[in-house]
Design a protein around this ligand. Structure first.
Ligand code: SF4
Length: 285
């Protein structure tokens, strides 16, 4: 059997940085307990691996401080946190490692700059996502209004008196959803500034999967069933009418895949390298 990987798959830059920061924190602080503020990644295998290194998870709400702050390291995940949470942990006496993805940091900075200039900031994204609450925090810190719009329908109902309005986005929102929101808002607020902060990582994985599908008989999408971008990859494979399966680990490879000549592998942005390696190895044996 020929096994072919998509030319872009697995960890995105921000997730890889955050995982490496947590692992480094363990090695460099043998006398301290290492915590992450919320689960570092939407992948059970990766979380188990971090747990086996002694890394513990604090509530992502930011309400829970480590029991002994002076002997603790707290890693902020790639989604980032609102500034008040960051300051609270810094003041508590623990060592804070801010592993917020540089792209998210740039969105936070941009949102704060617009807020300082008196803009109302609209964020296109999931109101319950950590990245969105982090960015909102930077707007509110600068005494401006922040409104989260989750879809086109919500955008059509928006009513703002401020003439200065800017639209930013969650880095992982789909381009199509963002464009629909931007279009609906432009009708209601003609002077709105449209400023896409979508990260190309999701698009790059989608494009690589589409290329891969033209070259194989079937494709395995490796990743967590709760990972939005893994599910989106699987949906793309389904829409291309190619035999496909979303699996979390090598043990879930369906028997029928072992009878094929050419199998492709893609993986979501939160899937660790070792899980992808195990899937490839299982197919080849
Ligand atoms: S998807 Fe993009 S913005 Fe989000 S963590 Fe990964 S690299 Fe950073």
């Amino acid at each position: 059997m020929v096994v072919k990987r998509a030319d872009v798959l697995g960890y995105c830059m921000g997730v890889r940085r955050a995982v490496e920061a947590a692992e480094k924190a363990v090695h460099e602080n043998p006398d301290k307990k290492v915590y992450t503020l919320g689960p570092l990644i939407h992948n059970n295998s990766a979380l188990e691996s971090l747990k086996s290194m002694g890394i513990q998870v604090l509530s992502e709400s930011g309400n829970e401080l480590p029991p002994e702050p002076a002997d603790s390291v707290v890693v902020i995940r790639a989604h980032g946190v609102p500034p008040e949470i960051l300051h609270k942990f810094e003041k508590s006496g623990c060592l804070v490692i801010n592993a917020t993805c540089p792209r998210v940091l740039s969105s936070q900075k941009r949102a704060a700059e617009y807020a300082k200039k008196g803009y109302t900031v609209i964020l296109a994204g999931d109101v319950n996502h950590g990245e969105i609450s982090g960015i909102s925090g930077y707007v509110k810190e600068n005494n401006a209004d922040c409104i989260v719009v989750q879809n086109e329908e919500e955008a059509k109902r928006i009513n703002i008196e401020n003439k200065k309005v800017v639209l930013l986005s969650q880095t992982t929102i789909s381009v199509e959803e963002y464009n629909n929101i931007a279009k609906a808002l432009t009708i209601r607020i003609p002077d709105i500034q449209i400023c896409s902060t979508i990260c190309p990582a999701t698009q790059e994985r989608q494009a690589a999967l589409i290329r891969l599908c033209s070259d194989v008989d079937a494709v395995l999408i490796v990743g967590g069933r709760h990972s939005a971008n893994t599910k989106r990859l699987h949906n793309t494979a389904v829409s291309l009418n190619i035999k496909s399966e979303l699996i979390e680990s090598a043990s879930e490879i369906p028997d029928s895949f072992f009878e094929l000549d050419r199998v492709g592998i893609s993986a979501g942005a939160s899937t660790p390298d070792f899980v992808i390696d195990e899937v490839e190895k299982a197919l080849k044996t």
